[in-house]
Write a protein that binds this ligand. Sequence first.
Ligand code: GLN
Length: 308
Amino acid sequence: MTPDPHRYDLDALRARLLDERGGKVDDSIPTLAGADPGLCAIALVTPDGTARLSADADVAFSIQSAAKPFLFALALLDTEGEALDRVGIEPTGESFDAIKLESGTGRPPNPMVNAGALLTASLVRGSDTAARDARIAEGLAAFAGHDLAVDEDVAHNEHLLGDRNHALAHLMRAEGTMQVSADDAVAVYARACATLVDVETLAVMGATLACGGVNPRTGVRVIPARVARDVVSVMATCGVYDGSGRWMRAVGVPAKSSVSGAIVLAAPGRMGAAVVSPPLDAQGTSVRGRLASEALSDDLHLHSFAAG
Ligand code: GLN
């Protein structure tokens, strides 16, 4: 019998995870460097829109790369699928900020690495930076079911200090694959990454993907089912960067990791989930987040490739 997620003891899982002390908090910008390494929260949201939450589920953090699936979704929506010609969908086996584009085409390799997200963020509707910022805010809010604040310090510092992102944007300009200015691309992407969420909100966003594009809380269709399927497929192959193969074997649930220690998971037809805990492994995945995801997958029978 399939276990009931609403009876799952997330606080017992959380207590076990707190014993794990491995990993290193990201120090690329002051706000992230100052994150509490002891933070650990887990949320599950099922297709009826109800949530199961651990302690700390209301602590806010910047979404960072967990925004990438949603930026890809908005780019697909706003370009009516043309985004699929502008960005690859192959895993790279390299780190999230590798300075590398697809050979031959000069496109970013996939929308889950920084190059790809810089591009997808530039493809959302809007004639200038402010209009694209507003469109992304509106789109992320639709996935979440409510408006989301932005951490202005994080947005500012990532724009200022994101040298590798500036390099990637310039490289795409040089290849002719990025249409907006490099500075515009980095500003819009940095602001999207600075969006504040908590695990309950992020789990609702994951659940919207898991429910074929309909937000289970608001009932609003945010994206067509086909777009949700495309996004979740690419999360499955590329969402955990150079750890995607290992993740798929051990967890078996499409997911996206991020430097704030957040992970968003989408188990189609079953649930959305989110975990946050800042200490990261070598691939930039939350150490406790990975362990939590493995436990959820095992205990709630979420692995995509398990026969029973
Ligand atoms: N904003 C971060 C960056 O661009 C996001 C990276 C991540 O979460 N892996 O470096």
